[in-house]
Design a protein around this ligand. Sequence first.
Ligand code: ADP
Ligand code: MG
Ligand code: MG
Length: 862
Amino acid sequence: KKRVYLLSEGNKDMKMVLGGKGANLCEMTKLTLPVPPAFIITTETCLEYFEEGTGDLPAALDYEFALKAIEEDTGKKFGDPLNPLLVSVRSGAPASMPGMMDTVLNLGLNDEIVEGIIKTTGNERFAYDTYRRFLNMYSDVVMDLDKEPFEEVITSIKKRKGIKLDLEMEAADWKEVVGEFKKLNPNVPSDPREQLRGAILAVFRSWNNDRAIRYRSYNNIPDEWGTAVSVQAMAYGNMNDGCGTGVAFSRNPSTGENKFFGEFLPNAAGEDVVAGIRTPQPLEEMATKWPGVYEELYKYQEQLEKYYCDMQDIEFTVENGRLYMLQCRNGKRTAKAAVKIAVDMVKEGALTEAEALLRIPANQMDFFLHPTLDPTAQKTKIGVGLPASPGAATGKIVFTPDDAEVMANMGEEVILVRKETTPEDIHGMKSAEGVLTALGGMTSHAAVVARGMGKCCVSGCTAAEVNAKNKVLKLGDVELKEHDVITIDGSTGEVYLGTVERRSAAEDEDFQTVLGWADKMRKLKVLTNADTPDQAAQARKLGAQGIGLCRSEHMFFEPERISSMRAMIVAEGKGERLQHLETLSVFQREDISGILKEMDGLPVTVRLLDPPLHEFLPHSPDEMQSLADTLGKPFSVVKDRVKQLKEVNPMLGFRGCRLSVVYPEITEMQARAVARAAAANKKAGLDPKPEIMVPVVSSAKELRLIVPRIVAAVKEELDKAGVDVKIPIGTMLELPRACETADQIVGTDDVDFISFGTNDLTQTVWGFSRDDAIRFIGRYQEQGLLDFDPFARIDEEGVGGLINMAIEKARTKQPETKVGICGEHGGEPNSVQYFHSSKFDYVSCSPFRVPIARISAGQAAA
Ligand code: ADP
Ligand code: MG
Ligand code: MG
């Protein structure tokens, strides 16, 4: 088995074996870019390490030959004091997990070798700076010592000398630091080969550190992959002012603008940029400082982007005027940049529309629906930082990731404020609406991670004094305490006091172009779930092709209407009930007519009353008394009715079509209201297309009872009005029994369509109560019993299996039957993919998910 590869032996398609970083290092070498020589230990060897469980390297792993190859290539020798080879030991998984795992730099140093470096280079400062970096990283990464005492050493020397920057530290200072570090940790092995063994083991172990595990679960990266380890000759960015290090993007990862973009730090090592220790300089300055190097880098980024056909994220180091490429990968980008880059690359002829569409992260597209700051709004600016990740957010400030998570779980919108973020902050960033940091550049951890999450972020707001201990943020004269409200604008870097008005970016031209591609390609129609004319209008603007679910009961929860509803429910006898139903019918007709108007010419599926009746009734004695007073009935009548309707398990109780069975007059009223609304709109010259849908059906027999009543009521109303409107009738499949007997259901006279109610269907197939499952679903996910929440993403195996069987039965019996879905899943990208492949006619989702569903449906068909 081959466990070790030289860069000349791999290529970009070997990510599973060599990790993304390793595979791309091989590819850059093939393209003859200047990459320091390296060898790569395979991901499989990492798995072997975990399997063997000895805590030592797999016995069969041998990298001596590869180390020798690097020595020959560089003309240096590992462990040789007079001409030492130093290496970096880098992690690299098949999928990008930036900063989640460990890397050790400058490995191969000891007291003797440092002296050798001083002798041969004459650069004492460089030698001790490099040594202290190594001791620090090795102690942290390999030996798991606390970082703080090490930082403390440097801070106290700086304080004593009255300096702030690493650059101001002199050779003697770094030498002193090295001495102190060795006191803090006297146990760093001095044998370079022993160091190498330790570092490789540490990188293997880092595959299973907490933050890597958490990152994988957020990003659906399998735990079984393992990390590769790259061992690479060091390029030194920290020798003198002719050296430096930087990060570059072939296009702007925040806005998508097609302009080479990046940052560099002179006289520094790679980890300094990412850690945000000093604020880096824009690449333009490198063009002035080192024009030759800049030009070369410019050429490579162009070449790499063309080659990979995607925006590239590049790490580089300059050693004495020589450029070294240390990493390239397809760059993470914001939702906005993803859309702009896709559109531009189609214009440039680099991608087809279908290829470009597939690059769009559909689930991040809600960025375009979420607001940006209204430029005309009143606002008080209190600070400005870097526009690290666009979008705007308002929230209460919190100072720790845990506080962010706790507050968010209570439904609060928060802004996470940090001096700088580290991978330990991820869960807090995920919970926050936005992130504000005092330190760090455009490529700092906070910026990169926020962009990946599609979260707005302002980084490098250097005027901000963040005191996490006392939970105070000072910006100039303004002092803010925990839970004070601020607004941040990640597109401009500005920070405002309090709430600022925002507006949507849905009009964005590039976004509309992408939607246009999706619409051309998709087979699925995208409808919406909307209950009011306002929602209908909004959804139509976002591209909804009709309403797949209009919950008629929502109209009765309005304050003036609920009293009529309650009166109808506590009515004593049919006569009294009919009287109140007449009032309700007027409301219902008005609302439906308004919705039909907004959706004129498009289908509007009105679902009959679904919830258990007791949901409409008051439950406290005071409220019951006041209802009794309004209705002029004795308290006992109301109380008895409430008691009578109370259910132990209402979700499986007296609801849906069961109400129609017991109170046909309610269904009849609703059918009449729909017909009247349609008739009125038709007479007004419009083109109403209502449909009526019966919920919670479990057998065709129920439909045989209910549907004829609907047909009769509709016919009577339309005849009375003297207009002709076709009103299709359908039913929801949301119970397993209905799915099992879908053939009988679609075989029922006058049943024209079926729509899967996947919320209830998930609930009834799993036997998970929708309202109670929160208590354990998280634990199920943590323990690997669920890969995702089946209420958010369709469970293809179980629920999906049943759906496919039902569709097959239905289509065999009635090939014409229209098939739709109207649960939350209708706007979830993976689920939409599934509905496409199961040949649904339409999905219906909430208005704000409509564009996401359009793109997902386009991607499914592309
Ligand atoms: P990550 O996956 O966290 O980015 P990397 O393996 O890329 O970790 O290394 C972290 C930093 O160390 C990077 O900034 C990189 O530029 C720098 N680095 C890694 N290997 C070398 C090397 N051989 N010479 C110089 N710098 C290096
Ligand atoms: Mg890197
Ligand atoms: Mg339902």
